[in-house]
Design a protein around this ligand. Structure first.
Ligand code: GLT
Ligand code: MN
Ligand code: MN
Length: 388
């Protein structure tokens, strides 16, 4: 029997807002009582998590007095010390307060844009105080219901100005902190700017300090857009931009479900874990999800343990796939290369182009070969179903 106990090197983290989710939804009131940040840290310690992340106001309520803030921080700090839980990531709540009803950095109101910058600088200070090395930006309300209301090009420029300003702030303060931008296509706004990880990657390349900024893709958000999450994550990894990842699950075409990791699409979760593990991804594995509304706090623990356990099971399945003889024989066959085309690849030259133009290809012979992908996929499914 394998050991699926989470280890610190797995870097499994949860947001205060994930295990602290009280089950409020647009149609119903809370079903679980609110727990303090310190109590949530203790819950995470009990289930074996490595880290906890927070929005500024998950930790310190927006209207807390300085004395209240100090006392919350003190309790939180001692819960961290008691459990050994660390804070790898922090972020800003730029979406709950009414002032952000039309966005934060992209709001049409300059007072809102300035307040958003001020709030974020304070939240960065708070995150760094607890050791955060990654700072996430999710553009919760950076969007529109109607494009009559905001100029999209202006909104993109405002987003860029905000990121550039905040990168300079981090440099000015000499913080050891990187930014990770998280895309989501819609909800809570009708449409949100920079709606996919691909948009974010393109946007990052236009910043003053692109080296400080990467992405934080979330399974549910790419699935809401109908996209292949594994492909988006692979593109970010290949670009050296996968600074963080939000793991959860989501049925295509549904509301933002934030289900337990692996709860819906086992096959895509498998290829995701395989991608991360094969490529030695070493940043936090953050479960940005919450327990079903049917659960009490015992159910919340079941949820949190389930996220980590499923990840570790899939990691074991990926290792099995990588060493399965029949699978690997097929993989070798699929990637076979006799080197006969080598002279045409690599750096362009006029001679190469000329030689390639005169090469003849037997199109029907090449196309006539069956690729055995059916067999390979079936074997993959059988690994996942536990019959191999
Ligand atoms: C919110 C959102 C998440 C973001 C969080 C960070 S808050 O729960 O749905 O995907 O990662 O702001
Ligand atoms: Mn998220
Ligand atoms: Mn989400």
């Amino acid at each position: 029997m394998s050991d699926y106990t989470p280890k610190p090197e797995n870097k499994f983290t949860f947001g205060l807002w994930t295990v602290g989710n009280i089950g409020r939804d647009p149609f119903g009131s809370p079903v679980r009582e609110t727990k303090s940040p310190a109590d949530l840290v203790r819950l995470l310690g009990e289930v074996g998590a490595y880290g906890v992340n927070f929005h500024d106001n998950d930790l310190i309520p927006i209207d807390a007095t300085p004395a209240e803030a100090e006392s919350i921080k003190k309790d939180f700090r001692s819960a961290l010390a008691d459990t050994g839980i660390v804070v790898p990531m922090a972020t800003t709540n730029l979406f709950s307060e009414p002032i952000f009803k039309d966005g934060a950095f992209t709001s049409n109101d300059p007072k809102v844009r300035a307040y958003a910058l001020q709030k974020t600088m304070n939240a960065i200070d708070l995150g760094v105080e607890f050791g955060a090395k990654t700072y996430v930006f999710w553009g919760g309300r950076e969007g529109t219901e109607s494009d009559a209301t905001k100029d999209t090009i202006t909104a993109i420029k405002r987003s860029r100005d905000a990121m550039n300003f905040l990168c300079e702030y981090v440099n000015d303060k000499k913080y050891d902190l990187k930014f990770a931008l998280e895309a989501k296509p819609n909800e809570p706004r009708g449409d949100i700017y920079n709606s996919t990880t691909g948009h974010m990657l393109a946007f990052i390349s236009t910043l003053d300090h692109p080296e400080m900024v990467g992405v934080n893709p979330e399974v549910a958000h790419e699935h809401m857009a109908g996209l292949n999450f594994v492909h988006g994550v692979a593109q970010a990894l290949e670009a050296g931009k996968l600074f963080h990842i939000d793991l959860n699950d989501q049925a295509f075409g549904r509301y933002d479900q934030d289900f337990r990791f692996g709860a819906v699409n086992i096959k895509s979760a498998f290829f995701l874990v395989k991608l991360l593990e094969d490529n030695k991804y070493d940043n936090p594995r953050h479960f940005d999800a919450h327990a079903y509304r049917t659960e009490d706090y015992e159910g919340v623990k079941d949820f949190a343990r389930g996220c980590m356990r499923t990840y570790l099971i899939l990691k074991e399945k990926a290792a099995q796939w990588n060493t399965d003889k029949e699978i690997q024989a097929l993989v070798a066959e699929i990637h076979a290369d006799d080197g006969s085309m080598n002279q045409y690849f690599g750096k362009y030259s006029a001679e190469k182009a000329k030689a390639l133009k005169s090469q003849s290809f037997d199109r029907s012979a090449i196309a006539g070969r069956g690729l055995k992908y059916e067999r390979l996929d079936q074997l993959t499914v059988e690994v996942l179903l536990g019959v191999r």
